[in-house]
Design a protein around this ligand. Structure first.
Ligand code: SF4
Length: 216
């Protein structure tokens, strides 16, 4: 990591907890002053968004890094791009990185990057193009870190601290294309049910029949 970034403030877009482990490790060792931004409106369904956000938050807490969470979640916009091919991923990067640049500008932060750059499955060239494009109007630097050689190590670190490691990229189309679709859908059903039970008054649910229906 370049010495010039030592002591500099960075706003780092965080796609999820596991993917942020290696980038954070590297940046903190280099003396960078990092703030995280969780902004991923692509994630489907809402329950999965929440699960990833909570695990992103655990990673931030592990490194004692400030985290900004934007709660926007509009997965339908990705469904509408079912026929866009690779254009859908470009759109997905653009939405997230434009927001990153805007927030960095508002906070007076001059350097940004994204944890998506750790993944060997993301399109690095398009990410860099979109990152630079988003930052250009604000004279902010999008730093094209190459963290891919630490991907496995980062996933291992995530496992060691008990982070949830998802099996699909995030949007509804990547979920439907996943080899693990059935398993993931069952997990989501279970999470929705658990969430209902922990947030609601169980006795009231039993009396109005919702509990019985949910168990079935
Ligand atoms: S596959 Fe991943 S990068 Fe592409 S649109 Fe879906 S969530 Fe975004």
């Amino acid at each position: 990591m370049n010495e010039e970034y030592k002591g500099q403030k960075w706003l780092l877009h965080q796609c999820c907890g596991p993917c942020s482990m290696w980038p954070l490790d590297t940046l903190l060792h280099a003396g960078v002053d990092v703030t995280l931004l969780f902004f991923n409106p692509n994630i489907h369904p809402n329950m999965e968004w929440r699960r990833r956000m909570e695990n992103a938050s655990k990673a931030a807490a592990y490194y004692e890094i400030p985290l900004i969470v934007n709660p926007l979640c509009v997965p339908s916009a990705w469904r509408e791009r079912a026929n866009d091919g690779a254009g859908r991923c470009r759109f997905c990067y653009r939405v997230r990185l434009e927001h990153l640049a805007k927030v960095a500008h508002r906070l007076g932060i001059k350097y940004v990057s994204t944890t998506l750059l750790v993944s060997p499955w993301q399109n690095r060239d398009v990410l860099i193009e979109e990152g630079r494009r988003a930052c250009e109007p604000y004279s902010i630097e999008f730093v094209p870190c190459d963290w891919r050689n630490g991907y496995r190590r980062g996933q291992q670190m995530a496992k060691e601290i008990g982070l949830y490691r998802q099996k699909y990229c995030g949007c509804i189309l990547s979920l439907e294309a996943s080899d693990f679709y059935e398993k993931i859908a069952r997990e989501h059903d279970t999470l929705v049910l658990q969430d209902t039970l922990t947030r609601c008054d169980r006795s009231r649910l039993v009396s109005d029949g919702v509990f019985d229906e949910a168990v079935v």
